[in-house]
Ligand binder design. Structure first.
Ligand SMILES: O=C(O)C1=C[C@@H](OP(=O)(O)O)[C@@H](O)[C@H](O)C1
Ligand SMILES: C=C(OP(=O)(O)O)C(=O)O
Length: 441
């Protein structure tokens, strides 16, 4: 994928990170992956021409854009250089694509598309990489019949490939588990905007990754659809509300920002990220407060975040609301004095790789003492040494260990191209801190 990004490092076998002393920089981070996915899907459901400004163009959003065009009812123009995605209705009906829809490793997109295929006429089959074929969809598949949708895992194991027969998404009332992933609830909310009947979603247990559902509610509101809610227990979308198109703007990606905050933290530098600030719904902004507890200082305004590193100390932290920045914090913890305990992170085991095991394994290669628990990590900081880092086809493992290499000489990141899943310009952005920060092997 990443048809637009020409950085040769995306094709390299590995890169060696060059350490930096310290830095003071402003880094423009690409748009939020989560908002870009949401606006793309909502634009395709709206039937209105929509321009998404500041959009993230990466593997995941490109797979989603391609999948949407396969239903025939919209054209999607992806302008990577302009960071703009334009969705235009074709006037044709929404029909199931004849061939299987392949979405690579894009978890949020496939979960949105599974419910969306319930709006299309015919049988849609959705699938992805080998890892995607292990990722759980069961709670979503169990909840869809309540809204009329016929969906089944073809291997009977709750994972892709999934076949959805439509048009069947009529709305109604359903119960869903939120314990495995918030993406299931977000998917139902997004797709409820096109249902004929009112839709009610009851969460039967504790919803994980709650801020992502807040982002979904915010994206719907931005496009003109109101969600009634009772905390994180019940959500309702009244039928007859019309999604409006027009122009929407995406703020920078808080997960992508995390690597630059972490760089400032481990090097004692200062970084400013413009375009994102105190009012953001992105849960990963919570990393700023976590790093402050670890000894950094921060200045968060309405539209910028500045972080300066300090003497780092370990903390105890529940990261259930910000799972994607756990690997980032874990790497910072490796350089902190004392022990950091990160709890309530069971969902990390079902991401692009098992991130609890991956982080523990790779930090241990650097000589860091790490205890791995079923839903937690305990890291005792010290002086990590050089290592060749395996990245498990997981962008976040590559990016967080690149940060370690800015401080520790001799860190080699294997398969650096995997960053394209969410951040194709990552290596170039890293260079902005102080000239070339990598060499290619
Ligand atoms: O809704 C979203 O955009 C996302 C939700 C989170 O997943 P879970 O809800 O499965 O934790 C997060 O990890 C993912 O990167 C993006
Ligand atoms: C978990 C992630 O993505 P997804 O679930 O959308 O594949 C991620 O980007 O860290």
């Amino acid at each position: 994928m990443s048809p637009v990004e020409t950085d040769p490092r995306l094709k390299a076998e590995s890169v060696t990170i060059r350490p930096l002393s310290t830095f003071r920089e402003t880094v423009q981070v690409l748009g939020s992956k989560s908002y870009s996915n949401r606006y793309l899907a909502l634009a395709a459901l709206s039937g209105e021409p929509t321009v998404i400004e500041g959009a993230l163009v990466c593997d995941d959003t490109t797979y989603l854009a391609d999948a949407l065009t396969r239903f025939g009812h919209v054209d999607v123009d992806v302008d990577a250089a302009g960071e703009r995605i334009t969705v235009t209705p074709t006037g044709r009906p929404m029909r199931a694509p004849e061939e299987d829809v392949y979405v690579g490793a894009a978890g949020t997109p496939i979960r949105i598309l599974i419910a969306m295929a319930g709006h299309a006429e015919g049988a849609t089959v959705l699938t992805g990489t080998a890892r995607m074929q292990e990722r759980p969809m069961g709670s979503l598949l169990d909840a869809l019949p309540g809204l009329g949708v016929l969906a089944e895992a073809l291997r009977g194991n709750g994972s892709p490939p999934v076949r959805v027969t439509g048009p069947s998404f009529r709305g109604g009332s359903t119960r869903i588990s939120g314990a495995v992933s918030s993406q299931f609830t977000s998917s139902l909310l997004i797709n409820a905007t096109r249902a004929e009947q009112d839709t009610e979603i009851h969460i039967v247990d504790e919803l994980v990754s709650k801020p992502y559902v807040d982002m979904t509610v915010a994206a719907l509101a931005e496009m003109g659809v109101k969600v009634e809610r009772d905390g994180y227990r019940r959500f309702a979308v009244a039928a007859g509300q019309k999604l409006r198109g027009g122009t929407v703007r995406v703020e920078p990606d808080a997960s992508g920002m995390s690597y630059f905050l972490a760089a400032a933290a481990v090097l004692g530098g200062t970084v400013t990220i413009p375009g994102i600030g105190a009012g953001s719904h992105q849960g990963d902004v919570g990393l700023v407060a976590a790093l402050t507890r670890m000894g950094c200082t921060a200045d968060v305004t309405d539209d910028s975040i500045t972080l300066t590193g300090g003497d780092l100390r370990g903390i105890d932290i529940d990261m259930e609301t910000m799972p994607d920045v756990v690997p980032t914090l874990a790497v910072v913890a490796a350089f902190a004095e004392g022990t950091t305990h990160i709890s309530n992170i069971a969902s990390l085991r079902i991401k692009e790789c098992d991130r609890i095991t991956a982080v523990a394994t790779e930090l241990r290669k650097m000589g860091v003492a790490v205890e791995e628990h079923a839903d937690a990590l305990t890291i005792t900081g010290g002086t990590p040494h050089d290592a060749v880092i395996d990245t498990y086809d997981d962008h976040r493992i590559a990016m967080c260990f690149a940060v370690a290499g800015l401080r520790t000489p001799g860190v080699v990141i294997k398969d650096p191209g995997c960053v394209a899943k969410s951040f194709p310009t990552f290596w170039k952005k890293l260079d902005t801190l102080a000239g070339p920060t990598t060499s290619t092997l």
